[in-house]
Design a protein around this ligand. Structure first.
Ligand SMILES: Cc1cc2nc3c(=O)[nH]c(=O)nc-3n(C[C@H](O)[C@H](O)[C@H](O)COP(=O)(O)OP(=O)(O)OC[C@H]3O[C@@H](n4cnc5c(N)ncnc54)[C@H](O)[C@@H]3O)c2cc1C
Length: 487
C-alpha cells in the first residue's frame, strides 16, 4: 500500500525521538541519520534510502528540522553531487562517495561553466585526455561557487573533439586537493567573493572516476541540472535546531561557514520584505523629498509604457511609488502561485513543464522591480554602503546583487528561448554546429578564445580546421533548470 505524507512524518518523528542524542558529534549523528534511511528516503534502500517517493525527502527533512534536530549538510554536495552519483555512477563510486557526502565529510562544487560556455554549456573546451589508468584535464572553469572550500568537483570536460559537441563530453569526479588545480576567488561588485575561477593544468582523475561512461557526460550533466530544482527544499533549508547540545553546536558552526558564501543571496532576490516595510513606513514618499517632487528613478523594465516613459506630475509621486509597490506585490504573488503549481506538478510526478522557465523569469522580474522600488524609496541614500539608516546599506547591496538573479541557473534570454521553442513551438534557433564534429566547428577555440591561451593548446585538428565557429548553441539542449541554487 502506498505510504502518505502523514505516515512518513509520523515514522520520522518516532525514529527521531529514539535516535536523537544531543551530546554526540555531528558526524556521529549524521552517520546515524544516514544509516536510518531518513536522510534521503527517496533513494534506493541499497544506497542509504527507503525506496519512497520523491516528495518524502522534503517531508522527512522538514520533520527533523521541525523537531529541532539536524538533517543533511547544507550546500550542493548533497543536492547535486550525491544525487547525480546515486542516479548515474557505478557501485564503487556510490560506495565511496555517497556516505561521506551525506554526512558532510566531503564538500563539492560544480565545475560546469567556462569563459565561453555558460548558456551554451555543451560548447565547453576543458580537455580530457586518457593517459593509462588516468584522465588528464586541462582548461579553465569559472563562476564556480564554493570551489575555495570544496574537496571535490563534479566536472564536465571534452574527451572527444571529433564528434558533435554534446556527444564528446565526459563527466568526472575530480579531487580538488592536487597540484594541477588552482582556485582563484573572483571579487564581485557587491564586495563578496562567493565564486571562483578554477584552472586545471594536467589535473589527474582516475579512470574509474567517470560517471555514466565516456562520452555520456551531457546526459549526466542534465541529470545534475534537474536536481538543482529540489535543492532549496532540502540542502539549503535554514538550520532551526533548537534542541541544543554538541550536535547542534557543531551544526551551527557548519551552517555559519556555509552561510559566508551565501550571505548576499537574499539581497540578490531583491528583499521585497524591506521594500514593502519601508513603503508602509514612509507612506510611499521618498525620504527627504517634499511630496510632489518628481521621482527620478525610471520604472522597472517590463512596466507597461517602457523604461522612462512615465513622468511624475506634481503631486502624484506618492501615488507613483504606491503603484510600483502594488505592482511588485502583485508580480511577487503571481510568481508564488506559479512556484506552487510547479511544486504540485513535481509532487504528482509530472515532468517539468513551462512553470520552471516562467518561475525563473518571474524571480528575475521581482528582483528588478524590487530594485526600482528601493531606488524610489531610498533615493541617493540607496547608494550608501554605510548610511545613517542601516537598511540603506542592505539596499545598496540589493542594487548591485540583483543582476545575478537573471543570470544564475540559466539567463532570462535562455528561459525565453526554451519557452518559445518547447512550449510555443516556434522555430528553433539556427545552430550551425548541429551534427558536426566540435573540433571543426570551434576552430578558433584554442588559438583565440580558448580557456587559457598558450597554456592549453587545442588538438592539432582544431587549430587547422577551416571554418571558425561561434558560441552557437542548441537551446533545446540547454540549461533548462530554473533554480540553480548553488549559483
Ligand atoms: C551567482 C552565480 C553563481 C554561479 N555558480 C556557478 C557554479 O557553481 N558552477 C557553475 O558551473 N556555474 C556557475 N554560475 C554560472 C552560470 O551558470 C552562468 O553564468 C550562466 O549559465 C550564464 O552563462 P554565462 O555567464 O557564460 O553567460 P553567456 O552564456 O555568455 O551569456 C551572455 C549573454 O548572452 C545571452 N545569450 C547567450 N546565449 C543566447 C541565446 N542563444 N539567445 C539569446 N541570448 C543569449 C545571455 O542571456 C546573456 O545575457 C554561476 C553564476 C552566477 C551568477
Amino acid at each position: 500500500m502506498a505510504i502518505d505524507r502523514a505516515e512518513v512524518e509520523e515514522q520520522v518523528r518516532a525514529w527521531f525521538r529514539d535516535a536523537w542524542d544531543p551530546d554526540i558529534a555531528l558526524l556521529a549523528w549524521r552517520e546515524r541519520l544516514v544509516a536510518s534511511g531518513w536522510a534521503v528516503p527517496s533513494w534506493s534502500s541499497r544506497w542509504h534510502g527507503r525506496d519512497l517517493p520523491a516528495w518524502s525527502d522534503r517531508v522527512a527533512h522538514r520533520a527533523i528540522v521541525d523537531a529541532g534536530g539536524v538533517a543533511v549538510p547544507p550546500g550542493g554536495g548533497f543536492s547535486l553531487a550525491a544525487a547525480t552519483i546515486h542516479d548515474h555512477a557505478d557501485d564503487e563510486l556510490r560506495e565511496r562517495y555517497l556516505g561521506p557526502t551525506l554526512t558532510g565529510e566531503l564538500r563539492w562544487c560544480q565545475l560546469f561553466s567556462e569563459p565561453c560556455a555558460g548558456s551554451d554549456l555543451a560548447g565547453l573546451r576543458t580537455t580530457a585526455v586518457r593517459d593509462g589508468d588516468e584522465w588528464v584535464l586541462d582548461g579553465q572553469k569559472v563562476w564556480t561557487t564554493s570551489a575555495d572550500h570544496a574537496d571535490m568537483g563534479i566536472c564536465v570536460a571534452r574527451s572527444d573533439w571529433d564528434v558533435p559537441k554534446h556527444a564528446g563530453l565526459t563527466y568526472f569526479l575530480l579531487d580538488l586537493r592536487q597540484p594541477g588545480v588552482e582556485v582563484r576567488p573572483i571579487h564581485q561588485m557587491n564586495g563578496h567573493a562567493s565564486f571562483n575561477a578554477v584552472f586545471l593544468t594536467e589535473a589527474r582523475v582516475p579512470a574509474d572516476h567517470v560517471v555514466g561512461g565516456v562520452g555520456e557526460g551531457w546526459a549526466v550533466a542534465r541529470g545534475t541540472l534537474s536536481h538543482e530544482r529540489s535543492f532549496t527544499s532540502s540542502g539549503s533549508a535554514p538550520l532551526d535546531a533548537h534542541l541544543g547540545g554538541r550536535v547542534v553546536d557543531e551544526a551551527r558552526a557548519e551552517a555559519a561557514e556555509h552561510q559566508r558564501t551565501y550571505v548576499w543571496y537574499p539581497q540578490r532576490q531583491g528583499r521585497i520584505d524591506l521594500a514593502i516595510g519601508r513603503a508602509a513606513q514612509r507612506g510611499g514618499a521618498r525620504r527627504g523629498s517634499p511630496v510632489g517632487e518628481p521621482v527620478p528613478t525610471p520604472p522597472a523594465r517590463g512596466v507597461p509604457g517602457g523604461r522612462g516613459s512615465r513622468s511624475c506630475e506634481p503631486g502624484s509621486c506618492e501615488a507613483v511609488a504606491r503603484d510600483r509597490v502594488a505592482e511588485l506585490v502583485a508580480v511577487h504573488r503571481a510568481a508564488g502561485w506559479t512556484a506552487d503549481r510547479a511544486r504540485v506538478a513535481r509532487r504528482l510526478g509530472r515532468p517539468p513543464g513551462a512553470e520552471g522557465s516562467i518561475g525563473k523569469l518571474a524571480l528575475s522580474e521581482v528582483a528588478r522591480r524590487c530594485n526600482a522600488v528601493h531606488s524610489t524609496l531610498a533615493g541617493a541614500h540607496g547608494m550608501l554602503s554605510e548610511g545613517l539608516d542601516p537598511v540603506d546599506a542592505v539596499v545598496a547591496e540589493v542594487l548591485v546583487s540583483t543582476p545575478a538573479q537573471s543570470i544564475a541557473g540559466g539567463t532570462d534570454e535562455i528561459q525565453r528561448n526554451i519557452l518559445g521553442e518547447t512550449v510555443l513551438g516556434l522555430a528553433r534557433e539556427p545552430a550551425p554546429d548541429r551534427g558536426r564534429p566540435f573540433g571543426r566547428v570551434d576552430a578558433s577555440a584554442g588559438a583565440e578564445r580558448g580557456p587559457s591561451p598558450g597554456r592549453h593548446p587545442p588538438p592539432d585538428h582544431v587549430a587547422e580546421a577551416a571554418d571558425p565557429g561561434t558560441c552557437d548553441h542548441d537551446p533545446t539542449q540547454e540549461r533548462a533548470t530554473p533554480c540553480r541554487s548553488t549559483d
